[in-house]
Ligand binder design. Structure first.
Ligand SMILES: O=C(O)CCC(=O)C(=O)O
Ligand SMILES: [Fe+2]
Length: 347
């Protein structure tokens, strides 16, 4: 057990959180320099982990600059996405995500309903999971399980797969550098997540949001770019173009704009982390309304745990006064159930 159970008077919160702010009525989303994530200097990494802890507890969202994803990986993946989405619907529908195991491939406009009280999302998407460039699938995707199933690729677009996988693997390098920082932020050994994330099948999406009809904005708040939701995995790394439209909800219910900042990615925490940390890390609701008049593109990559990991409350996040809030579930079952609900709209 943690020191929490050893202290004379039981703390009302995990002992190591004693000095942390916990109100999340934030007005700003912090910008954090990720460069120390790749440093061999432990003190530098710890300083960064402190900033990540503060943002994770109070906001659930932060920007990262110096994130290590090369500009050309972004440019090429974005170009590939634009090319794909401009194909005729008939061609895109050949890769309909409903035909694949676990929603790999194309999702048409309104096929998802991320906020179940909504009337469908005004975006189209293309999804992939883990795949080694130029090799046969060898990961958990080939194993039987709730989230098994490989990727599908358009045959008509030379270079598409390479561009998408290049971004995917650059982003994976960032994600793998973030887990040890989240571990330090939770007062755990740096390598605590290693054996729980070494086969995680991060899901990447290319998203396209057509500009919203301004008259529809007033009439139907239930049909927006992506309805209000929390993400399903541990954390998401999101690249967004300059069009804007991403909004994040604070605990007062206000929607705060996550304005695009050139050269940064947005990181937000998801429900796997909220469950695992007993809500010490915030999984913050967000949505997209594309009022820019422009076509908007974004690229989220969702980092979860190995699909057979049990999401049991992490020891440093519970105390006598903070008993576990969530039922223990297996990560793969959890993600699968959330995806099924999102895609039920177009089942
Ligand atoms: O496109 C965006 O900016 C956000 C996308 C998002 O929230 C998601 O895919 O879960
Ligand atoms: Fe999201």
């Amino acid at each position: 057990m943690s020191a929490a159970s050893d202290s004379l008077s039981p703390p009302s919160r995990p002992y190591w959180l004693a000095d942390a702010r916990t109100e999340s009525t934030f007005e700003d989303i912090p910008v954090i320099d990720a460069a120390p994530a790749f440093s061999t200097n432990e003190a530098e990494r710890r300083k960064l982990a402190d900033k990540i802890r503060d943002a994770s507890i109070n906001v659930g969202f932060f920007y990262l600059k110096n994130h290590g994803i090369p500009d050309n990986a972004v440019t090429d993946a974005l170009a590939a996405g634009k090319q794909f989405f401009s194909l005729p619907d008939r061609v895109k529908m050949e890769l309909d995500a409903h035909k694949s195991e676990n929603y790999k491939g194309y999702t048409a406009l309104l096929a998802e309903n991320t906020d179940v009280t909504g009337n469908g999302d005004l975006h189209e998407g293309f999804d992939i999971g883990w795949e080694q460039p130029g090799a046969e699938l060898t990961s958990c995707l080939t194993r039987k399980g709730p989230m098994s199933g490989g990727n599908v690729w358009p045959s008509a677009l030379p270079g598409f797969k390479e561009a998408v996988l290049s971004y995917y693997h650059s982003c994976l390098a960032l994600g793998q550098a973030l887990y040890p920082l989240f571990a330090m932020a939770l007062d755990l050994p740096e390598g605590w997540f290693d054996d729980k994330t070494n086969e995680s099948a991060a899901i990447m999406r290319l998203l396209h949001y057509p500009p919203q009809d301004p008259t529809n904005l007033a009439n139907d708040k239930r049909q927006i770019g992506i309805g209000a939701h929390t993400d399903y995995e541990c954390f998401t790394v999101l690249w967004q173009d300059p069009a804007g439209g991403l909004q994040v909800q604070n605990t007062s219910g206000e929607w705060v704009d996550a304005v695009p900042i050139p050269g940064t990615v947005v990181v937000n925490l998801g429900d796997q982390f909220a469950r695992w940390t007993n809500d010490v890390f915030k999984s913050t609701p967000h949505r997209v309304i594309n009022r820019s008049g422009l076509e908007r593109y974004s690229i989220p990559v969702f980092f979860g745990t190995n699909y057979d990991t049990l999401l049991e409350p992490i020891e440093t996040c519970i105390s006598p006064d903070d008993p576990p809030k969530y039922e223990v579930t297996k990560a793969g079952d959890y993600v699968k159930s959330r995806l099924d609900a999102t895609y039920a709209q177009s089942a």
